[in-house]
Design a protein around this ligand. Structure first.
Ligand SMILES: O=C(Nc1ccccc1)[C@H](C1CCCCC1)n1c(-c2ccc(Cl)cc2)nc2cc(F)c(F)cc21
Length: 233
């Protein structure tokens, strides 16, 4: 039984990532809004674009706290943000969906999302992902590290110095691997399951433009930031 220990600098890294992750929570809680009222497809679409716009701003702040990120090539920093913004939004949505809620709230939330305007064909892959994230019962540190690992994916489009990104991602993966072994000692395959979710997350990437343009309404308006990030309009 090899002794797993997180080094002092890895503890410091985890604390930086966790503080950044907690500091940059979404200001107002989208789940609360959805549980309060039933909205029209237009109102839901507007809510999504507002939430997603603030989520991108939050993501930029979060990445600035990832040690080493700001010393990457500046164009690569943009390429990593652009390449991971959609996945970060779905990962965040999954974490919001799988949060412990009072009895029956998750069912109401799911029903509201099913009727929000997203076309039927995307419901299964989206909720399968949300539920598979929920089954993992991730602790905050794991959620924060998984978001940082998603951002530091070396093979995003237009990344020039992939090795520099790989080095940063590897140090995050090493901390996450140790954390998983310590948090889930009876589940040696837990770390692998966590990384498997990132593969599932990428498939949602393929759907997202269609999910937006097929939203049950005409004349879909996006903010300039989302046009940049979401390849729409
Ligand atoms: O806002 C959102 N997600 C968000 C959260 C955090 C940060 C940024 C965005 C939207 C809602 C959906 C219902 C209409 C209003 C927006 N949202 C999504 C979702 C996102 C993008 C596409 Cl293309 C499809 C669905 N999945 C969700 C799960 C939740 F538990 C949930 F609560 C909100 C969720």
């Amino acid at each position: 039984k090899e002794k797993i220990e997180i080094t002092k600098e890895q503890q410091a890294l985890m604390k930086i990532i966790l503080d950044a992750y907690n500091r940059h929570q979404i200001p107002q809680d989208v789940a609360k809004k959805l549980l309060q009222d039933q909205y029209s497809a237009e109102e839901n679409f507007l809510l999504l674009t507002e939430m997603a716009t603030s989520q991108v701003q939050v993501l930029v702040e979060f990445t600035k706290n990832i040690p080493g990120f700001l010393s990457l090539d500046h164009e690569d920093q943009i390429a990593l943000l652009k390449g991971s913004a959609v996945e970060a939004m779905f990962l965040r949505s999954a974490q919001v969906f799988s949060r412990k809620m009072p009895k029956g709230h998750t069912e109401v939330l799911e029903a509201r999302i099913r009727k929000s305007g997203i076309s039927e064909e995307f419901m299964t892959p989206m909720f399968n992902f949300y539920k598979s994230i929920g089954e993992l019962h991730m602790v905050q540190e794991e959620q924060a590290l998984l978001t940082a690992i998603t951002i530091l994916t070396p093979d995003r489009p237009h990344v020039k110095d992939q090795h520099a990104v790989e080095r940063l991602q590897e140090s995050m993966l090493d901390v996450l691997r140790k954390l998983c072994a310590l948090q889930h000692p009876q589940e040696p395959q837990y770390f692998a399951r966590l990384l498997g979710r990132l593969t599932e997350l990428r498939t949602l990437n393929h759907y997202h433009t269609e999910m937006l343009t097929s939203w049950r309404m005409n004349d879909h308006k996006f903010t300039p930031l989302l046009c940049e990030i979401w390849d729409v309009q």
